[in-house]
Design a protein around this ligand. Sequence first.
Ligand code: EPZ
Length: 432
Amino acid sequence: MEQYIIKGGKPLAGEVVIGGAKNAALGILAAATMTDETVTIDNLPDIRDINVMLQAIEGIGAHVEHSAPHEVRINSHQIHAMDVDNEFIRKIRASYYLLGALLGKYHHARVALPGGCNIGSRPIDQHIKGFKALGAKVSIGQDMICVEAEHLRGSHIYLDVVSVGATINIMLAACMAEGRTIIENVAKEPHVVDVANFLNSMGANIKGAGTDIIRITGVPKLHGSTYSIIPDQIEAGTFMFAAAATKGDILIKNVIPKHLESLTAKLIEIGAEVEEFDDAVRVVASKRLGRTTVKTLPYPGFPTDMQPQMTVLLALSRGTSTVTESIFENRFMYVDELFKMGASIKVEGNTAIIDGVEEITGATVFAPDLRAGAALVIAGLAAKGYTMVQQIHYVERGYETFEEKLQALGADIEKVDVDDAKAVRKFKMKVG
Ligand code: EPZ
């Protein structure tokens, strides 16, 4: 088991290049199984969730070639099984995209039920509602979900909840169904749009992604494609907030500024400077930041995946702020960890009331999930003294070479084995 060891207090400065969007790539990799022709996908992040998805696709018979760094070539014409069940795939929630993809192409799929995770129960009732509306039979048993259909026919589907996963999964199942499908009350995240654009590059006919209504005309076949995944909005936001929390100056490259608007607005509101370029943003914070009120919302609102990072920033700001989590029911577990560092935060229901403090101090903390883990790293970078962040396998699900990118920005951070006291001593000698 590994941990990050951090000596905080240094402003981050320099440039960082953002990788491809994890949450677009997961849907795109599933979509790639819907053609018998070769698909080349570039700007693919080299992170655990992506590699697990690639193993799952190979596991059902697709040919996957790592043709270059951050690039894969997938050919699925030899897919022989529609059963996706292995211990890896149970670890990532997005395995359920293979339900929509294999249902859409082969009219049949069995996939291990996605694990919940620490931020909430993560139901899939809206996915099932969409599959059934298209004519599929859905059965759940032995911890597997099975979908099958004689025939998939377009339908008019109204989502009861704005759901990224359900929007993408229903798009996958509907893009080769007969006739027209209308999906209302859809998620508008950049990664939803990226999956729609990828499917259209394969010959699908999907209109309206990024708006409240997606209209699909089914096509009989999808062809190969070469596609580059959009930059990761949340990785970019995480580095933006790391710059602000350490009173640094970072140029964050390979981003789409429009996708970061809600984050930029909040940073400016609390006193940071944000400069936008065509494909980069520069974040500078030279003084202690101010207070604000945040509520997480579906895109284009403030993203729930940046909620922990926002709380860390406000924990060090002047005044009292509130952060309300409206998407998931259990996404404040990391607050107990921040308490160990001297933060003054009270969670009441789905709102954190944050009394900003001048300084937090290093401690040994445990990442409860992916984005909270990244937020605890930011806290360690801003804290006085040494912080150990444990359970970092969560962080590595979504951030490629996280500690190396932070080191290049001047951070004193290393990844060491939790039992390696010598490595900890060596780090402390080195950074002083
Ligand atoms: C995606 O999860 C992301 N994961 C999450 O990012 C992100 O937090 C979330 O969207 C919201 O933006 C991936 O894309 C792999 P939802 P997803 O369906 O699709 C409820 C990260 O850190 N709901 O949009 O599972 C659900 O309980 C991860 O990268 C239903 O009620 O999220 C939640 O309250 C964490 N029924 C709300 O909708 C359903 O059938 C939004 O969930 C589906 C969802």
